[in-house]
Write a protein that binds this ligand. Structure first.
Ligand SMILES: *Cc1c(COP(=O)(O)O)cnc(C)c1O
Length: 387
């Protein structure tokens, strides 16, 4: 009997080893892992350069306080700034911390310019920004907040796609709009480019900040370094996590100079955030998120989505929609997702659920055509079993 608290309904399956796109159990069974720790292992399991980076750093220095300079972190921050809209970075350890820090930065910015009444954040109802107290209330999901009252004030919600409501919510006390560029947990819903563009314009018009949560869709997963790059806009604040650590817990908030100036000494901190061990791994991840890898993401995405659509045509009563961007792919089903995921697992393909009866498929960014072919074959087989 496990003495872990029962807050997860875990599958009775565990692994002792991982290699690239595969996970291996103690009795030698090999599973194609298209969960990758929920878009975390961006370079697959046991990536050689990550192993080397963590081994090397582990022999030198693991942790020092942020009271001292951490060169590995300054190096990673410089790389992130060079690649993106950002001028400044704060390192954290997880996605929820990153989104909460993003909220703090937005509020502190308006405080610092003498507009402390501007502190409300507008979010999409049933989005996902993490599981901490403020983040669950930002997500506006009944299921996630139930039993965790009192409600954290300061968040306003509109339904996905309800532009009218969004415009109505913007008031004198609004500080920012915070949305996921692609809703991950919410069912792989890609916000169209023109909407992201309009959001930017709307924020400019009302002089409020645009926070784009790229914890799941960022760091190459979309086929560009950030998913919002497709819309050619510059956000003000971007929380990231999952993919940047390649399996090591790292979170970060990217921001413009304008807002970063508000984060004076003492306004925020983290004991672990940005420690040398984490930063050594982060550097080794980002060095591999290059043009060639993004090219692979786009190529494999096209190939995979095409293959999935062919299966959909063959089984129109099982698959409702194939959607997503890059290697953040969703299969919306007519049939029960839980049963389908279980059947895929029995056939040695690992996937994970998302809202709206969607199966989330998250291969590593360096996935190969051969591995996608294996997945397509299994998905097709399960469709045939289920019909
Ligand atoms: C996973 C996720 C988070 C929370 O990340 P944790 O590391 O689990 O705290 C926040 N926002 C989005 C969009 C996510 O997908």
């Amino acid at each position: 009997m496990s003495v872990l608290a029962p807050n997860y309904k875990r599958k009775n399956l565990s692994f002792i080893r991982g290699k690239g796109s595969f996970l291996i159990t103690a009795d030698g069974n090999k599973y194609l892992d298209f969960v990758q720790g929920i878009a975390v292992n961006s370079l697959g399991h046991a990536n050689k350069k990550l192993i080397s980076a963590i081994n090397k750093q582990s022999k030198k220095l693991w942790h020092v306080s942020n009271a001292f300079r951490i060169p590995e972190g300054e190096k990673l921050a410089k790389k992130l700034v060079k690649k993106t809209f950002a001028d400044a970075i704060i390192f954290q350890n997880s996605g929820a911390e990153a989104t909460e820090t993003a909220i703090k930065v937005a509020r502190r910015y308006f405080y610092s310019i003498g507009k402390k009444h501007k502190n409300r954040i507008i979010c999409i109802k049933n989005s996902f920004h993490g599981r901490t107290i403020a983040a669950i209330h930002a997500s506006g999901s009944k299921k996630m907040t139930e039993g965790f009252g009192p409600k954290v004030p300061g968040f306003d919600h509109f339904e996905f796609g309800n532009h009218k409501k969004l415009k109505k919510l913007i008031k004198k006390n609004t500080a920012a709009i915070m949305i996921e560029t692609v809703l991950g947990e919410g069912g792989i819903k890609v916000i169209p480019e023109f909407c992201i563009k309009e959001l930017r314009k709307l924020c400019d018009k009302h002089k409020i900040l645009l926070i784009l949560d790229e914890v799941q869709c960022g760091i190459g997963r979309s086929g560009k370094f950030f998913a919002f790059e497709y819309a050619n806009v510059k956000p003000d604040i971007v929380p990231i996590a999952k993919g940047i650590g390649g399996g090591f817990p790292i979170g970060a908030v990217l921001m413009t100079k304008k807002v970063s100036k508000a984060m004076k000494p003492g306004t925020h901190g983290s004991t672990f955030g940005g420690n040398p061990l984490a930063m050594a791994v982060g550097n080794a991840v980002i060095d591999q998120i290059n043009k060639n890898l993004l090219k692979n993401v786009n190529k494999m995405s096209k190939y995979f989505i095409h293959g999935l659509n062919e299966i959909k045509i063959k089984y129109p009563k099982i698959i409702k929609e194939v959607r997503g961007i890059g290697l953040l792919i969703g299969l919306q089903l007519f049939k029960d997702q839980t049963e389908f995921i279980k059947k895929l697992m029995e056939n040695k393909l690992l996937t994970i659920r998302a809202a709206e009866n969607v199966i989330r498929i998250l291969p590593p960014l360096n996935v190969t055509k051969r591995e996608i072919d294996i997945a397509l074959k299994i998905i097709s087989k399960v469709c045939n079993q289920i019909k």
